[in-house]
Design a protein around this ligand. Structure first.
Ligand SMILES: [Zn+2]
Length: 398
């Protein structure tokens, strides 16, 4: 750790904290539900240009990319620009888009998921200008679209289209400034159960799909007990979450029904494994198993599409990137807690699909995303800027 650079970063944050907080407040004030990130993307671009990034651009889907330096090692920072809907303002007790600040805490939709981490990353990135010489390393800071509808899909398209071979990735999402080195994967599946409809007064003439569904659901419950446990990520899980029928009358037996399944994946659980397990359960009932898929338009008019499959991943604690992250955290905060995330992030692609060494870090408590308590402590936000700046220096500032 270069003490002089470190002190420089601390002073820089102290001198500019009002501007850094006001940038975050701007992001929170601009609603940006998935598919509507255009205005927030514009604000991020403006900030990257003001800070002095070497290049600022959009890709086809509308991801915003700021680059500093060139060549390898190449480091990717990723945070998402979209938010989930705020719901009824009455449940908040204030306007969730006013960026209310009280006692050093900023409240509002997206404050910790993911605008606090996003703003910290955008600001911290520019520090890499101090030591990155052309051709000797690069930092790509990406504000991604559509994470809330399919984590990793947009960053995957950026990685593929960029032509850059990334050596490291950092996912900036709420972690209370601990270092996350993995999380479970997840997928969503749909089971189609055939039947023969009929009048409920003559059940013997029908083939009631609900009775088959009941047996399948009980077998899913038993499957959950048998799923594997991984030493870092924990146990895979399965849960039946919804059941719908084609019947809209209480006096009719349906022609068929569907069961929806949420599956959390531990290491080694691929799409093939997951589908095969369910097909074995479903075969006696001629029921079909399908991975669900997503197809949504982004704010640029492009289509974001893919399967609802998000791979599990982790990085060994001894890996360089984990160690660099721990050193940056210790220098900025005095300690470094290393753990895994409960939720799924764009790491499902950066590490899970592309195999890029990845860690996650960000300000904000994991209890608050998607709730009416969405909030970020501003001291922690400023600390995150320092952590990210020191992390880049640890990895790229050799
Ligand atoms: Zn998020």
């Amino acid at each position: 750790m270069n003490q002089e650079l470190n002190r420089g970063v601390t002073d820089w944050i102290e001198q500019n904290q009002a501007a850094f907080i006001s940038f975050l407040a701007d992001l929170v004030r601009i609603p940006s539900e998935s598919g509507q990130e255009g205005l927030v993307a514009g604000r991020i671009k403006q900030e990257m240009l003001r800070l002095g990034y070497d290049e600022v651009f959009n890709d086809r889907l509308g991801n915003v990319i700021g680059r500093i330096g060139s060549g390898r090692p190449a480091m990717l920072w990723d945070a998402h620009m979209d938010i989930v809907p705020a719901g009824d303002p009455a449940d908040w007790g204030f306007d969730p888009f006013e960026a209310k600040i009280e006692n050093g805490v900023l409240y509002g939709r997206g404050a910790c998921d993911d605008k606090g981490p996003l703003a910290a990353m955008v600001i911290a990135g520019v520090q890499a200008k101090q030591y990155l010489q052309p051709g000797q390393g690069s930092l790509y800071v990406v504000g991604a679209v559509g994470e809330e509808i399919g984590e990793g899909m947009a960053i995957a398209e950026f990685i593929k289209g960029s032509g850059v071979e990334f050596d490291y990735a950092v996912i900036c999402e709420a972690s209370s400034l601990s270092l996350c080195r993995g999380h479970k994967g997840r997928c969503q599946l749909e089971i189609g159960i055939p039947g023969r409809g009929g009048h409920a007064s003559a059940p013997e003439l029908a083939d009631n799909p609900l009775y088959k569904a009941a047996r399948i659901v009980l077998e899913i419950q038993q499957l959950n007990e048998r799923l594997p446990i991984h030493e870092v990520l924990g146990k895979g899980t399965i849960a039946a979450t919804q059941l719908t029928t084609k019947s809209n009358s209480i006096n009719s037996i349906a022609e068929g029904c569907k069961i929806f399944v949420d599956r959390r994946l531990t290491m080694g659980e691929t799409a093939e494994v997951v589908i095969r397990q369910l097909e074995e359960i479903c075969r006696p009932y001629q029921a079909t198993v399908e991975l669900m898929s997503i197809k949504e338009q982004t704010y640029t008019g492009a289509i974001q599409s893919g399967e609802e499959f998000f791979a599990p991943w982790f990085l060994d604690e001894q890996e360089d990137l984990v160690q660099a992250g721990a050193r940056a955290l210790k220098a900025a905060t005095g300690g470094a807690l290393i753990r895994t995330w409960q939720f799924s992030t764009d790491g499902a692609q950066t590490r899970g699909a592309f195999g890029i060494p990845t860690i996650g870090i960000g300000p904000g408590d994991e209890r608050y995303p998607h709730s009416v308590h969405d909030q970020i402590n501003l001291q922690e936000y400023l600390k995150a800027i320092e952590v990210c700046a020191l992390l880049a220096q640890e990895v790229l500032g050799k």
